[in-house]
Design a protein around this ligand. Structure first.
Ligand SMILES: [Zn+2]
Length: 242
């Protein structure tokens, strides 16, 4: 269920895997995405179960309507009956409010400056990385008192640079914006390494305490991969402060 979990100075980071939920194939088992065709009651049960295993109240988890953009929302409570905004990063200073990001190959990015009491979650696929959603999230954190040198950054399971094949022209376009994302597949064709791009962006901003999940979603049978399976579930990353 919770594939990876870490706590740093009162900030908590967690990434799920695909097991331990109630969804039927092809979303088995722990699909946390609400817009992929799975039964809503299964998604609700899965979100409840994941929150419980993290010691969180499922009603205090904030999700996004992710659109591969670079917009950021500052939140201080769950959306409730309000429409969930189309953003790819959320930031909060509210302790105990968990921020969640959904992925299946894209890079889930969790950020925290516990000293400032600011956390952020971002969804960085290839388009979002190129548009700068992660730097936008860091800037929003800085406006709320965070300092890059104090930020802890964790990126979760994502398709790796040796699996993410793209046309040569697309690789060139991405590399023109973020050279660190230039990659080659295991079989020698053009590829993009989105995680490497995200980490290069964070490094340039002065975020030094970074770690990247070793898991490649496309290669791992324990994780959802859109590129591998097309119709599939979504993993989640969660970040929150005590
Ligand atoms: Zn891979």
């Amino acid at each position: 269920m919770i594939g990876q979990r870490e706590s740093v100075s009162g900030a908590h980071f967690a990434f799920t895997d695909r097991w331990g939920g109630v969804s039927a194939a092809p979303y088995e088992e722990l699909n946390l995405g609400g817009a992929v065709g799975d039964a809503p009651e299964a998604v609700r049960a899965n979100r409840d179960g994941a929150a419980k295993s993290l010691g969180l109240d499922a009603g205090r988890v904030v999700w996004m309507n992710q659109v591969h953009g670079a917009d950021v929302a500052v939140v201080d409570e769950p959306w409730g009956d309000r429409p969930v905004p189309e953003v790819d990063a959320i930031v909060t200073t509210r302790r105990g409010l968990a921020l969640a990001v959904l992925t299946a190959d894209c890079v889930p990015v969790l950020l925290a400056d516990p000293a400032a009491g600011v956390v952020a979650a971002a969804h960085a696929g290839r388009p979002g990385m190129v548009k700068g959603v992660v730097p936008a999230a860091v800037r929003a954190m800085i406006e709320l008192g965070a300092e890059p040198g104090r930020i802890t950054a964790r990126t979760g399971p994502a398709v790796c640079g040796r699996c993410y094949e793209v046309p040569e022209r697309m690789r060139a376009e991405v590399a023109a914006v973020e050279p660190a994302a230039h990659a080659e597949t295991g079989w020698g064709t053009p590829a993009v390494d989105v995680s490497a791009g995200v980490h290069a962006q964070l490094d340039r901003l002065g975020v030094r305490d970074r770690a990247q999940s070793p898991v490649c979603t496309l290669e791992s049978g324990d994780h959802f991969s859109y590129r591998r399976d097309r119709t599939t579930g979504r993993l989640a990353g969660y970040v929150w402060l005590d």
